[in-house]
Design a protein. Structure first.
Length: 632
């Protein structure tokens, strides 16, 4: 019943929040449901897996009929959206997808018998913890953020907070359903609910830009949904089953084409090239939406499905094409992040790039690659969510999200700056988890497809560049800065401090996470463990060394906690040419110049538009080859 509770409680809470306008009852309900979901996720993690859910008191035929009605209702709404927006692609994709699923239900529905509609293994538990804890933190953060968003920062935007919070919790409930579903028809419904919720959340402000970006996201995810529907129908016609676990365990002759279609659906959902533009466009939404889509739900659903398909595509040309799409996306996304100074856009490209690494792992499909991919999901979720939420706070306080405006943040907003440093360290710095995961990815690539290691090397170099220059900007102090009072609202403080601790603990305890969650899943799927006999992934001696390094690295941000108090900024030494101020000096021809410090964005070498254009062309060609290979 715990599994059903995790699915149904957020969905029910979302329906209640839709009708709940007063602020205080909303805070109570959001806080209570979030606490319940977090506790439920932790309780699930303590249970032995896999769980036997075959004897749940479910009327399968009635549920299938109810899901069909929900599917039809969503399709009618999306058709209305497409007709109103005069977007023929939305109309065609919706009719094709809905028509295919309705026909399938009407012709095969009476014969659909599934032994286990829901299934829980270690991978499901990991995703549930991410969805419950990280997603719950976003909901708590949104309470204070959205109040300030409407009452201070964006008074011109219509206050539709009941809809906003309803969508957050419906999104969370659908994600739980998606990661627990073994019935592909059920999984498909939850998949489409996330698509619809993301469309509504991206278009929340109802500006022309928001509407345009929301429609783009809808089109691209509907294309993935159509591929998903085709995979269900094809696999049922060939194997007589609609169970995810049977698909994964099937011979490649039966599973290769549906696995390719599901990988395509995962690639669209996780915003891989050529579909990355929808996730970049999602930046127009309020920050909690950006964090939700990028860290705990939407895009993680895509890479979750790709990693599930890893055993089916391992060692095939289809898997090679999927891995290449991920590799190209990793390099292009990392290079594109160098070229922009807009903080949320840097985070968006970084998300696209890191998800590319996970897709690369799914395409390789070996036990080492899957281990590394799951580890990447964990570290990316907590660290990236922390960074998005920090940027949201900074945008409200500084009225800018330009990285160049964040100079001296260590003095003006020391607590937020320290938490951003923790998040950035978690993304690229040794011995934090993302770097450990990349080492594991590199090992898996060298063992399977050595030539792909070039992509890892160049993408990782670009990653180091854009994170280091941003971290340096936070620590740069050229002139005195006034400390901003009341950096954080209560909900924001709870979420950011909680995610900071979670980032640190995830990195510190990753050997335990692997031993009790990731390694058992890998062993179950591949009948082979990526761990050493003692359960330590990288060796006990190396683990001890990395623990000591972690403690030493953490001393760096801790020393800045009270940095803004009593700090005296002195003049920088400029070869004796200073003038009355730390920001003025005597330049050539005795002229007075301002001291300016800025980052390199390499605009004369790289262009975001150029990278995107050729990345789209290359990845689209790879996907076309993938489908040709799957059909041969």
């Amino acid at each position: 019943m715990l599994v059903l509770t995790l699915i149904l409680v957020p969905l029910a809470a979302g329906l209640v929040l839709l009708c709940l306008k007063p602020d205080l009852p909303r805070k109570i309900l959001v806080s209570g449901v979030t606490l319940a979901v977090c506790c439920g996720s932790v309780a699930l993690a303590l249970l032995p897996t896999p769980l036997n859910l075959g004897d749940l008191p479910l009327n399968q035929h009635g549920i299938n009929l109810g899901m069909l009605l929900v599917e039809i209702a969503m399709s009618l709404f999306i058709l209305y959206v497409g007709v109103r927006a005069k977007n023929p692609l939305i109309v065609v994709l919706t009719l094709a997808q809905a028509g295919l699923m309705v026909w399938f239900e009407l012709t095969a529905g009476a014969h659909l018998e599934v032994a286990q509609n829901l299934f829980v293994d270690k991978f499901s538990v990991i995703m549930a913890l991410i969805n419950g804890i990280v997603g719950g933190g976003i909901c708590i953060y949104a309470l204070g953020y959205m109040r300030e968003y409407h009452e201070v920062a964006h008074r011109d935007v219509a206050d539709r907070r009941p809809l906003f919070f309803a969508l957050l919790f419906i999104f969370m409930g659908a994600m739980f359903g998606l990661i627990f579903a073994n019935n592909l028809v059920w999984l498909f419904l939850f998949w489409e609910i996330t698509t619809l919720c993301s469309f509504l959340l991206i278009g929340y402000t109802q500006t022309e830009e928001a509407k345009r970006n929301a429609l783009r996201a809808l089109v691209m995810n509907l294309a993935g949904g159509l591929a998903f529907a085709l995979a269900i129908v094809w696999f049922y016609r060939q194997a007589g089953s609609i169970e995810l676990q049977i698909l994964i365990a099937s011979k490649q002759s039966l599973a290769l084409l549906p696995a390719a279609l599901l990988c395509f659906a995962g690639i669209t959902k996780s915003a891989q090239l050529p579909f990355s533009s929808w996730l970049l466009g999602a930046m127009v939404a309020p920050t909690p939406v950006s964090a939700l889509l990028h860290s705990s739900t939407m895009v993680k659903a895509g890479v979750y499905l790709v990693l599930r398909m890893a055993p089916s595509v391992a060692g095939t040309k289809v898997g090679m094409m999927v891995a290449l799409v991920g590799a190209v996306t990793f390099v292009v996304g990392s290079l594109a992040a160098i070229t922009t100074s807009e903080a949320k856009r840097v985070l968006a490209w970084s998300t696209v790039a890191n998800l590319g690494l996970i897709v690369l792992c799914g395409g390789i499909g070996t036990y080492e690659a899957v281990w590394a991919g799951v580890l990447l999901i964990i570290f990316h979720a907590v660290a990236k969510c922390l960074l998005f939420l920090c940027v949201g706070v900074i945008e409200h306080k500084l009225h800018s999200r330009d990285i160049e405006s964040m100079a001296g943040l260590i003095v003006s907003m020391p607590r937020v700056s320290v938490m951003m440093q923790i998040g950035m360290a978690g993304m690229f710095l040794a011995p934090f988890g993302m770097l450990i995961s990349k080492w594991a990815v590199l090992k898996a690539v060298v063992d399977a497809y050595p030539m792909l290691s070039v992509f890892i090397a160049f993408g990782s170099a670009a990653t180091l560049f854009f994170w280091v220059k941003w971290m340096g900007k936070l620590l740069e102090v050229v002139e005195p800065h006034k400390r901003i009072e009341k950096e954080l609202e209560l909900g924001e403080s709870i979420a950011l401090h909680g995610l900071s601790v979670a980032t640190f603990l995830a990195c510190l305890l990753f050997p335990l996470i692997s031993t009790y969650f990731i390694a058992p899943y890998v062993a179950e799927v591949y009948f082979h463990s990526a761990a050493l006999p003692d359960g330590d992934i990288i060796g006990r001696g190396n683990t001890i060394i990395m623990t000591i390094m972690m403690a030493m690295v953490m001393l760096f941000p801790i020393t800045f906690i009270n940095y803004g108090r009593g700090v005296r900024v002195t003049d920088a030494y400029l070869g004796g040419a200073n003038l009355h101020s730390s920001t003025l000096f005597v330049g050539s021809a005795n002229s007075v110049q301002n001291v300016t410090i800025g980052n390199y964005y390499l605009h004369n070498i790289l262009s975001e538009a150029w990278l995107s254009r050729w990345g789209v062309v290359g990845s689209a060609a790879l996907l076309l080859v993938m489908f040709v290979m799957a059909c041969l």
